[in-house]
Design a protein around this ligand. Structure first.
Ligand code: NI
Length: 386
């Protein structure tokens, strides 16, 4: 039996272990940077497999095995502040918290891979990254800043994917997920009586116009073939029907596939906000409120490599891009990387809900494939570099 056949066989044999672990994580979801229970189970499972184990800051675990050229495999561990509505025996036991993105499955799949890898010949070093805080926590950024990617030659991550049928592997080169920014705009007018607007400066009227002007950046200033989104998602102003307030605020998000497009949009939003507000006698501030998440750009050579290596494991498709974002992009900025998708949609089993939905679920029968993908990618990558 070849090493690759052996990997696939072992992954299949680990199927019930992976499902059992996934259900355990699912029942005990932990939000970003609270993954204490999850990471202590990861630690326990990795013990006695021969890995050198580091606890990262903020509840992450990085485990390495071997020496030389280094391939990193990543799983994220955090859950979401959502109340689960599935009626399953392994339903979340924590009200208001749920693994509604599949990170429970990611952690379990990488634990399965850890067992396979510990048992297979490796011509280099494998680094397992159990990352905290993916959901709005920029956990990946901290892992990179702490130097864990400095000696990494290639990094792979897998996301279970509700838009792909169960067992289908999604591989796409170039941009796969978008950049994400969040912005806040504060407009200062002059309060007064709503019946005599001439004695006030109405910041709400100005906020409406600025919000509309943003949409013209997309429709009039960006190449129509280049995807970009500006969504105003929160508006706050006023206290009563007959009072013109002092302030109006807008919040929202910007999504793109290219950093130059992202920078152009931010620059235009700043100028429009300031220029329009000034012309209407208001003061305005525009700010980006959180660190920007870059777009996730898959390395073309690694995509080719993965298509070759995984062709005997399952059907491979080119998935659609999405304007959602992933902090895996911090890794792909640091080292050549590939973010793969594993289909988990199964209509017969009623597994049809999108990610972050209170009835999101995964078809567990294919999770062994995720472990096999990790191990096959690591083994073949290091063999190819020999
Ligand atoms: Ni996710």
């Amino acid at each position: 039996m070849s090493v690759e056949e052996d990997i696939i066989k072992k992954a299949r044999e680990l199927s019930s272990y992976i499902i059992e672990k996934r259900r355990d994580f699912h029942m005990h979801p932990e939000l970003k940077f609270e993954e204490h229970r999850t990471s202590s189970i990861v630690l326990e499972e990795l013990e006695n497999l021969g890995y050198e184990i580091h606890r990262t800051e903020k509840t992450g675990i990085v485990a390495t095995l071997g020496d030389g050229a280094t391939v990193a495999l990543r799983a994220d561990m955090d859950a979401l502040p959502i109340n689960e509505e599935n009626d399953v025996p392994y339903k979340s036991q924590v009200p208001g918290k749920m693994h509604a993105c599949g990170h429970d499955a990611h952690t379990a799949m990488l634990l399965g891979a850890a067992k396979i890898i510990a048992d297979m010949p490796i011509n280099g070093r494998v680094k397992l990254i159990f990352q905290p805080g993916e959901e709005g926590g920029l956990g990946a950024k901290y892992i990179v800043e702490d130097g864990y990617l400095d000696d990494v030659d290639a990094v792979f991550g897998i996301h279970v994917w509700a838009d792909l049928p169960s067992g289908v592997i999604g591989i796409r080169e170039g941009p796969l997920l978008a950049s994400a920014d969040s912005f806040r705009v504060k407009i200062e007018g002059m309060g007064g009586h709503a019946a005599v607007p001439q004695y006030a400066i109405d910041p709400i009227a100005v906020a409406f116009d600025i919000g509309n002007a943003y949409s013209k950046i997309i429709s009039r200033e960006i190449d129509p073939l280049e995807p970009a989104v500006i969504s105003v998602t929160k508006v706050e102003a006023g206290t009563a029907f007959n009072v013109i307030p002092e302030y109006a605020e807008l919040w929202g998000t910007i999504r793109t596939f290219r950093e130059d497009v992202r920078n152009f949009i931010v620059d235009r939003m700043k100028k429009i906000t300031k220029g329009y507000a000034n012309s209407m006698r208001c003061k305005a501030e525009f700010e980006i409120t959180m660190d920007s998440v870059p777009p996730t750009i898959n390395d073309a050579k690694l995509a080719d490599f993965a298509r070759r290596v995984l062709k005997n494991l399952g059907k491979i498709e080119v998935p659609e891009r999405t304007m959602g974002s992933e902090d895996f992009s911090f890794y792909t900025k640091k080292a050549p990387g590939l973010f793969l998708l594993l289909g988990i949609r199964n209509e017969e089993k009623g597994i049809i809900y999108p990610h972050h939905h209170p009835r999101f679920n995964v078809d567990e029968s294919v999770l062994w494939m995720g472990a096999a993908m990790h191990a096959l990618l690591a083994y073949n990558y290091l063999e190819a570099r020999k």
